[in-house]
Design a protein around this ligand. Structure first.
Ligand code: ADP
Ligand code: MG
Length: 252
């Protein structure tokens, strides 16, 4: 059974369709990369799957539990608040712009949610946070504030913050787009390492070599639909659609 299932997702803003029937499955331990031009709906898709945005209709299930399904009148019916909350706890999200709390230290940024959402004791939450900082090679930055770190370091803190909640499924929305090119590699390495540990991930990215190398499954989106979907070999080496070919040629 897939860890994440999305079926026929539709979402409009002000009458304009942004997601027009998106369906995908992500199995446990699998990495799905999402590529496509700016404005194609990639962030909206991630925001809908992580409950930051509500779909108009369609079905989303996470870890076997239904988040939303299409009701009799063809509009979205969300599960009750308790179910939505349980599902949210399975999921972590890493944003393009890090979204760290600027007035919290690095350590507190990571330990806060495990304490307040999971009810962990401070000592335990901070010990886990230190472990994660070590994994991110940031042990010496625990008492720093986000503004004192490079973009790459801030992004590694936000990955540690997501991991601190022990998610089953991690979403990344262009995690390197706000970084100087020389800092991109350190973030991609962290995601590659997580893939090697079989973390289940959905990664929106403009880094094509990375999207190809790290993925089990690649989705190419344009104008709110999935134009092409398959293994990296299928999408990158045996591209079917002219639209995908045109998009990929821009990166050569
Ligand atoms: P991508 O991440 O692929 O660049 P987005 O999902 O951010 O695409 O945006 C897809 C389209 O939806 C764009 O035309 C964008 O302007 C529009 N859009 C996204 N979020 C909103 C919003 N909250 N309100 C109105 N329009 C939005
Ligand atoms: Mg986006």
């Amino acid at each position: 059974m897939p860890l994440l299932t999305a079926r026929n997702l539709y979402k409009s803003f002000d009458g304009t369709g942004v997601l027009k029937g998106i369906s995908l499955d992500v199995d446990k331990g699998e990495v799905l990369t999402v590529i496509g031009p700016s404005g194609s709906g990639k962030s909206t898709l991630l925001r809908c799957m992580t409950q930051l945005e509500a779909v108009d209709r369609g079905e989303i299930s996470v870890c076997g539990e239904t988040l939303v399904k299409t009701g009799e009148n063809q509009s979205a019916v969300y599960s009750d608040r308790a179910a939505c909350r349980r599902i949210a706890l399975h999921i972590g999200l890493v944003f393009q712009n890090f979204n760290l709390f600027p007035h919290f230290s690095v350590l507190r940024n990571i330990a806060e949610a495990p304490m307040h959402v999971l009810g962990k004791k401070k000592a335990e939450a901070e010990a886990s946070a230190m472990e994660l900082l070590k994994k991110m090679e940031l042990s010496d930055k625990a008492d720093f504030y986000p503004c004192q770190l490079s973009g790459g370091q801030q992004q590694r803190v936000s990955i540690a913050r997501a991991l601190a909640m022990n998610p089953d499924l991690l979403f990344f929305d262009e995690p390197t787009s706000a970084l100087d090119p020389e800092l991109t590699g350190e973030i991609l390495k962290v995601i590659r390492d997580l893939a090697a540990e079989h973390m289940t991930m959905v990664v929106v990215t403009h880094e094509m070599a990375f999207a190809r190398d790290v993925a089990d499954q690649v989705v190419f989106m344009a104008d709110g639909v999935i134009v092409e979907q398959g293994t990296p070999e299928q999408v990158f080496a045996n591209t079917q659609s002219e639209r995908t070919k045109a998009f990929l040629s821009r990166f050569n």
